[in-house]
Design a protein around this ligand. Sequence first.
Ligand code: NAD
Length: 354
Amino acid sequence: MIEPFRYEPQPARVLFGEGRLDELGEAVASLGGKRALILSTKEQAGTAAELARRLGDRAAGTFSRAVMHTPVEVTDEALAYLSERHADCLVAIGGGSSIGLGKALALRTDLPQVAIPTTYAGSEMTDILGETRGGEKTTQRSRKILPEVVIYDVELTLSLPPRLSATSGMNAIAHAVEALYARDGNPIIGLMAEDGIRAFGASLPGIIDRPDDLALRSKAQYGAFLCGACLGAVSMALHHKLCHVLGGTFDLPHAETHAIVLPHAVAYNAPAAPQAMARVARALRTTDAAGGLFDLATRLGVPKGLKSIGMPSDGIDRAVTLAMKNPYWNPRPLEADALRKLIANAYEGSAPGT
Ligand code: NAD
């Protein structure tokens, strides 16, 4: 018997494959764009300039000051530049930072967006925007935020350093894992989630040794698309909320925090979501979801424990209090003692559930 479900795919056009960046001009034109503003971080300013060269007359300028967590001050600067350049379309190239800036501008101007992801974070497939004002991060959803066109060109991921590939890939896997036990999950997203995890499990270890292997990179990018679609389609639970609290409270790096916490959050939820756990384990070709994720993170050289990425030792109790403060749905109810054990394990980097 198939359980009743609701399936509401995000209406974006996805262009996937080697060389797809050649279709950027057409994508901009298809959105009615005559003057595209190109957005990136300062580290990827060279790539943004290359896109401007490709777009020729259709490029209105480049803004290469995107940073993590989309501070509103940066958005305001970009907004002023956008209006000075009379831009009528946005092209964001990079990871969640560049794409987040594009979304923040689209929310304010309703301009159409082309997102060109170069990490595996998945922001390009969601209508979610996290913004920071005065150090505080708030999240909102809107149809204006969702990019209209997403171009996945594998060649752009070849330069993603192995360490970032590992943490970004684990960040993506987390979207799929939580989609498998989401309260509003559905069978279609379930297929995408399991296959997304499978694609990463089969590609990330090889990428660490051979970062310029096109076939492995392509598989990982396919995983990123699937996992990003999961994040955009269904609600996340404990793992994402916990990473939000930990990242915001202790200013921890986004992808690393996800990569370290994931096996522990999965161990916590395992007793309450056996079917989801079986699918995660099957996708990773193992018998235990939490153990399989921990082994994968170890194999990928993910930093050992939150203590190694800047969480203070006296932060564990504070994190538990904050995590318990705003209750939300999770397959296993939130229990302070068990949560404390989860966070302490993630802090130390010890095996999940110990
Ligand atoms: P990022 O965008 O901050 O990128 C990290 C660094 O890697 C940057 O310096 C970037 O320029 C560089 N980089 C990216 N791709 C590269 C490549 N191919 N080669 C070389 N360098 C490259 O990191 P991220 O993890 O992709 O994004 C994190 C941000 O995205 C956070 O602010 C997070 O909250 C947000 N996010 C939002 C959503 C959403 O749905 N709203 C989803 C996931 C992440």
